[in-house]
Design a protein around this ligand. Structure first.
Ligand code: WT7
Length: 651
C-alpha cells in the first residue's frame, strides 16, 4: 500500500530557507560533492575570533574526529555578546513558570549581565578553563545562565537532569570530577516541589565538592553547610556585570552530557566548541526554519541534549527568542501547551511523541479551546512518532496549516541529522524523511554489508562525520571507539534500526541494542538490572522493553528473588524493587511490570536470551523460536505461565 504523502504548505515554502524539494536536493548534492566547502560556508554563521585553517580531520577507525581546526571562538560570546548591538532589548529567554500565567522576559542585555556575573562567581570559587561544573537545576533562567557562564570561562558543564536520584547524580559528579555544583533549594513542577538541594547533599557526601551554589526557587528553608554552600542570590551582586570571554580552541570541550548505553555505566558524551555550535545553529535555522521574530518553544528539559541544542545553544547562537518551560503538558490540565502558545504567540513548537500521545487521550477539545494561529512549525523528537499521532499533530494542533518535522538524532550527534524541512519536504507520517545536507546515512546488514538502493532495512550508520558529532566519552576513548566505530569498520553505528522505503524515506524502527526508549528517555537495560540486584530481595534480573501505549516502550523486569526475600509476599518484593530502582536511578526508570521467576532462559554459556523474554513480555508466546539450545528449556514454559497468570492489561 502506498503511504500517504503530506505536501509542504505553499505559504510556508514561499518564505522558508529551503523552499522546494528540488532546492533541498541541490543543497544535498552540493554538500556531498564538496563537503569542505559546504561546512566551511556553514561555519561562517558563528563569529570566530581567529579563523580555522582546516575544515575537518576524520579517522573513524581510530574514532578521531575534529572540525574547524585552528579556529578560536567562544560559545557564550556567540550566544550573547554578539547580539547586544542589534538585539540588546529583544527577549532572549522567555521563562514560563510552573504556575499558569507566570512569564518572565529576559532580554539579551539582561542575559549578558547575568551570565557575566555568574561567570565571575564561578571564577571567584576557583573554576578555571577545562574544569567540570555540575549543573543540577530545574527549568529556571539560572540554568541557562549557568551553562553560558561555564562556556564563557571555558569550564565544561555537565548538566544532570533534575529528576535523577542522588546516586545517579553522585556517579556523574564522580565520573566528571566536578568540584562545583549548581542547584536550587527546590524545584517546582506540576504544582509539586522537588527537594533538589537535599538530593545534592546526599549525592556529594564525602566527595571533594568544595562549592555548592544554590538558587532560590521556592520559599523553603534548606540546610546550608558553612564554607561550602552559598546562595547564588548573595553571590551574584558581589560580582561585576562584565566578564571577559576565554578564547577557546574549536576542539576545546564545551560540555559533557551523560547518556545510557548497553552497559550499566552511563557514558559522558563530550562535545566540543566549534563543531557543536555551528551544527546546533545550522540545524536550528534549517529544520525549524527559524527567522527573526520567531518565538521558539522547545518543551524539553535542559537536562537532555534537546534542551542543550534547541533551547540554549542553537536558538541563542542565532539570536532567537527561546522559551524555557518549567511545567508539564498536563498542569494544570491538558491544554497547558496550547494556552502557553497563545499567551506568548509561539511560532515554533517542539516536543516528544510521548507527550502528544498523553494529550491525544484527552481529545481535541483542550486543543481547540485555544487559537494556535501563531504556530508555523511543529517538531517531534525522541522516539518514532506513530503515524496517527503525527496526523493528529498536523491536523488538530497545526490545523493543517503547519509544517510537521519529525527529527531523528541522538545525544551523540549533537543535533538533528534526519528530518523533513518545512516548506521543502513532502512528508510521510511516521517517517523522519531525509538526511540534512551534509549528513550521509547508510544501512548495513548484520555482517556490515552496505544495503544499497531503496526498499531495504538494516542498521543505521553514518558514513562520514558532521560537525556536531561527540568527540569521545569522557575518560574512556576506548569505549567510544568500541561502541560506535568497531561494529562496522569505517562507519559510525547509531544503535538504531532503520528502513529506507521504496521512495528513499527513512523510517527509524527503534534501538537494536540493549537500550530502551521509555517516554523519550533513554535507559540501558543493564542499568536497570544493576539497580534491581542492588536490593537484597533480588538475586538476578533481566530487563526488556514491551510496547506501551503512552511511553512507547514500557519496562518489563524478570527477577529471581534472593534469599532475603524468603517469606516475603510477591507484592512486597515488587514494591521494594520498584522503590530500589527509583532510588538508584530515577522514577523515570521504574519498571512498569515485575515478574518474579524461578529461572531465566539462558544459553549453555550463560547468556540470557532476551529475545525470548521480549516475546513473552509482548505476549507473543507463539514466536519464541527455537528454545532447544537453552540450558533449561523448561523455564520458558514457567515464565510464560507466570506472564499469563499476571493478566497484564493489553494495548
Ligand atoms: C535515540 C537517542 C535526540 C534527542 C532526544 C533523544 C531515538 C530520537 C527519534 C525520532 C525515532 C528517535 C533513537 C535514538 N530517537 N529521535 N525522531 N524517531 N527515534 O536523545 O536520549 O540520545 O536518544 O532516541 O533511538 O538513537 P537520546
Amino acid at each position: 500500500m502506498a503511504d500517504r504523502i503530506v505536501a509542504p504548505k505553499s505559504d510556508i515554502a514561499r518564505v522558508s530557507h529551503v523552499s522546494s524539494f528540488a532546492q533541498y536536493e541541490r543543497l544535498y548534492q552540493a554538500a556531498l560533492t564538496d563537503p569542505a566547502q559546504f561546512w566551511s560556508e556553514c561555519a561562517q554563521r558563528v563569529t570566530w575570533f581567529h579563523p580555522f585553517d582546516c575544515v575537518t580531520s576524520q579517522n573513524f577507525a581510530k574514532a578521531e574526529v575534529a572540525w574547524f581546526l585552528g579556529g578560536k571562538l567562544n560559545a557564550s560570546f556567540n550566544c550573547v555578546d554578539r547580539h547586544l548591538a542589534t538585539r540588546g532589548d529583544q527577549t532572549a529567554v522567555l521563562w514560563v513558570g510552573d504556575e499558569p500565567g507566570t512569564y518572565r522576559h529576559i532580554s539579551y542585555r539582561e542575559l549578558h549581565e547575568q551570565v557575566c556575573r555568574l561567570a565571575n562567581v564561578l571564577r571567584a570559587y576557583g573554576v578555571n578553563k577545562g574544569d567540570r561544573v555540575c549543573i543540577y537545576l530545574p527549568m529556571i533562567p539560572d540554568a541557562v545562565y549557568a551553562m553560558l557562564a561555564c562556556a564563557r570561562i571555558g569550564a565544561v558543564h555537565s548538566v544532570v537532569f533534575a529528576g535523577f536520584s542522588a546516586q545517579s547524580l553522585r556517579d556523574r559528579i564522580v565520573d566528571a570530577d566536578c568540584r562545583v555544583v549548581l542547584t536550587a533549594n527546590e524545584g517546582m513542577r506540576g504544582g509539586k516541589t522537588i527537594p533538589l538541594k537535599q538530593t545534592v547533599d546526599e549525592a556529594i557526601a564525602n566527595l571533594p565538592v568544595h562549592t555548592v551554589l544554590v538558587s532560590q526557587r521556592t520559599e523553603a528553608m534548606v540546610p546550608m553547610r558553612v564554607g561550602r554552600d552559598r546562595w547564588l542570590a548573595d553571590e551574584m551582586p558581589k560580582q561585576r556585570a562584565y566578564c571577559p570571554v576565554e578564547w577557546m580552541d574549536s576542539e576545546d570541550a564545551l560540555f559533557v552530557l551523560y547518556t545510557s548505553g548497553s552497559t550499566g555505566k552511563p557514558k559522558g558524551q563530550l562535545h566540543t566548541t566549534g563543531g557543536y555550535l555551528v551544527y546546533a545553529a545550522y540545524t536550528h535555522e534549517l529544520v525549524f526554519d527559524w527567522r527573526p521574530g520567531d518565538i521558539h518553544f522547545c518543551a524539553a528539559d535542559v537536562g537532555w541534549v534537546t534542551g542543550h541544542s534547541y533551547i540554549v545553544y542553537g536558538p541563542l547562537c542565532n539570536g532567537a527568542t527561546t522559551v524555557l518551560f518549567e511545567s508539564t503538558p498536563l498542569y494544570p490540565d491538558a491544554s497547558r501547551y496550547w494556552q502557553v502558545i497563545d499567551d506568548i504567540q509561539a511560532t515554533i513548537f517542539y516536543t516528544a511523541p510521548t507527550a502528544l500521545r498523553a494529550l491525544l487521550r484527552f481529545g481535541d477539545e483542550p486543543v481547540k479551546k485555544y487559537q494556535r494561529t501563531s504556530l508555523r512549525v511543529l517538531g517531534s523528537v525522541g522516539e518514532p512518532i506513530n503515524p496517527e499521532v503525527w496526523q493528529w499533530y498536523h491536523d488538530v494542533v497545526g490545523d493543517k496549516r503547519c509544517a510537521v518535522v519529525d527529527t531523528w538524532w541522538q545525544t551523540e550527534t549533537g543535533g538533528i541529522l534526519i528530518s523533513a524541512l518545512p516548506g521543502a519536504t513532502p512528508c510521510k507520517p511516521g517517517s523522519a524523511t531525509f538526511p540534512l545536507p551534509g549528513v550521509q546515512p547508510v544501512l548495513v546488514d548484520e555482517q556490515g554489508k552496505e544495503l544499497l538502493g531503496n526498499g531495504v532495512s538494516g542498521n543505521l550508520c553514518l558514513a562520514s562525520s558532521w560537525p556536531g558529532q561527540a568527540r569521545t566519552i569522557l575518560n574512556d576513548h576506548a569505549r567510544f571507539q568500541q561502541t560506535y566505530f568497531a561494529m562496522y569498520p569505517g562507519l559510525y553505528f547509531t544503535g538504531d534500526g532503520c528502513r529506507r522505503d521504496e521512495d528513499g524515506y527513512y523510517w527509524i524502527t527503534g534501538r537494536v541494542d540493549d537500550v530502551l526508549n521509555v517516554a523519550g528517555h533513554r535507559l540501558g537495560t543493564a542499568e536497570i538490572e544493576s539497580a534491581l540486584v542492588s536490593h537484597a530481595y533480588c538475586a538476578e534480573a533481566a530487563v526488556v522493553g514491551f510496547p506501551h501505549e503512552l511511553k512507547g516502550q514500557g519496562i518489563y523486569a524478570y527477577v529471581i528473588a534472593g534469599k532475603s526475600a524468603d517469606g516475603v509476599s510477591t507484592a512486597d518484593i515488587v514494591a521494594a524493587l520498584k522503590q530500589a530502582v527509583r532510588k538508584v536511578i530515577s522514577p523515570i526508570a521504574t519498571p512498569d511490570r515485575i515478574q518474579v521467576v524461578a529461572g531465566l532462559p539462558k544459553t549453555r554459556s550463560g547468556k540470557i536470551m532476551r529475545r525470548i523474554l521480549r516475546k513473552i513480555a509482548e505476549g507473543n508466546y507463539g514466536e519464541l523460536g527455537d528454545i532447544t539450545t537453552l540450558a533449561e528449556p523448561a523455564v520458558v514454559e514457567q515464565i510464560v505461565q507466570g506472564h499469563q497468570a499476571a493478566k497484564w492489561p493489553t494495548g
